[in-house]
Design a protein around this ligand. Structure first.
Ligand code: SF4
Length: 394
């Protein structure tokens, strides 16, 4: 059911995780006492497409009935496509939500796989902005059209810097960020305890299965356990990482560490994840030509442009023969991974001084599409000697 939005004055951002779930569950015990008029409030959820199954199940088991009981307006959104111009999709908008939508027409996973990369660790969480922040803002902007509204954010009492950051980053006209958990003094543990007392379950962290942040935040053992509980998901994430690392050896999921190196093949539950990974690799492969330009901007910042072109399709072994022959013809050493099947060689290795160009041929699962920055060829010609662009493919 779709609603008009004229009467709204409060939005609650719900990421499905411990903090925002604890807030909603507690607030619903007495909305008025928590300054909430449910007739004028909507809960917003942005589907990324890769939430863990147990989070989805717990939401449907415990939280959706609560939302239905209190007739809370629950708006489920997703990005519609890769380009911003594709807009957003309203998956559901209801005071009687029957299910949690786990994905929309576009997902971060689709994007990562098509580009052959993993979420960036450094800098801003671009993936989160693309899959959640921008999506919510695009729904909010026409709904409020500049009218004042409060947006409740589930940052806990240990996350004061995030509250400050939210206030500084907020660009929506009329918006005031509200941080009730901080104001109540509820830290993470308090939220976990509350949900356990309320529902008798340990509410899990909410994040994409391929996210790097739980690990950088010190939750590696729990993260690996979650992978072991879902070997098929582990296999898919390993494939995503393996493809990304085929195109760029530095594209490890966790910065200095790869997911693959964290599994011990001698342990049965780890072995199950690795077996699932091998099943994922049993697909069509491609030979890719990958070129990277490392440039220096006028302000001294490093800028990287990339060109990926799919040269051929085939089985890993057939493509390996070709890589071996081409590497030999160009006097290069082939880099082979006999365990999982990748083969590659660098026609132009990465140098040390900017600007520079890197060029390699690599095999990997055939999920990556051709992609190149519009200015790439011109800049490549400028930076790299013309001779290297005239190579003959065997
Ligand atoms: S959970 Fe991780 S991968 Fe998913 S959007 Fe957030 S930061 Fe990105």
């Amino acid at each position: 059911m779709l609603f008009g939005a004229d009467n709204l004055d409060t939005l609650v951002n719900w990421g499905l995780g411990v903090d925002s779930t604890a807030y909603i569950a507690k607030m619903l015990t007495d909305p008025a006492a928590h300054g909430i008029d449910l007739d004028r409030t909507a809960v917003l959820y942005m589907a990324t497409g890769s939430e863990w199954p147990e989070t989805r199940l717990l939401v449907e088991q415990f939280m959706l009935p609560l939302l239905r009981e209190h007739r809370v307006r629950f708006v489920q959104l997703a990005r519609t496509g890769q380009l911003k111009a594709a807009g957003i999709t309203v998956l559901d908008d209801s005071r009687c939500p029957q299910k949690l939508y786990d994905r929309g027409p576009w997902t971060l996973w689709d994007e990562m796989e098509a580009v052959g990369t993993v979420p960036q660790q450094a800098g801003t969480r671009k993936c989160s902005l693309r899959a959640k922040g921008e999506v919510g803002d695009r729904w909010i902007t026409p709904v409020f059209a500049g009218r004042p509204f409060r947006q409740v954010m589930g940052f806990n009492a240990d996350e004061a810097p995030r509250c400050v950051g939210d206030e500084a980053a907020s660009k929506l006209p009329g918006r005031t960020g509200v941080f009730p958990l901080r104001d109540w003094g509820w830290d993470r543990q308090t939220c976990e305890n509350y949900l356990f007392e309320r529902f008798k379950v340990n509410w899990p962290k909410s994040y994409c299965t391929f996210c790097c942040y739980p690990v950088s935040m010190g939750a590696l053992p729990a993260h690996l356990e979650r992978m072991r509980a879902h070997p098929d998901i582990a296999g898919q994430v390993l494939r995503l990482e393996y493809t990304a690392m085929s195109l760029n050896p530095n594209a490890k999921l966790y910065g200095s560490r790869s997911l693959l190196e964290l599994f011990d093949p001698r342990l049965p539950r780890d072995r199950a994840c690795l077996d699932a990974f091998e099943r994922e690799l049993d697909t069509e492969w491609a030979l890719y030509r990958v070129r990277r330009l490392f440039l220096l901007s006028a302000t001294g910042k490093r800028r990287v442009l990339r060109s990926v072109h799919r040269v051929a399709l085939g089985s890993p072994t057939d493509l390996e023969q070709r890589v071996r022959a081409e590497a030999a013809a160009h006097g290069c050493k082939a880099d082979l991974d006999p365990r999982y099947g990748r083969s590659r060689y660098w026609l132009r290795p990465r140098g040390e001084h900017l600007p520079m160009g890197e060029e390699l041929f690599t095999t990997g699962p055939a999920h990556v599409i051709d992609k190149q920055d519009p200015s790439f060829e011109r800049k490549w010609q400028h930076v790299v000697e013309p001779a290297s662009t005239q190579l003959t493919l065997l």
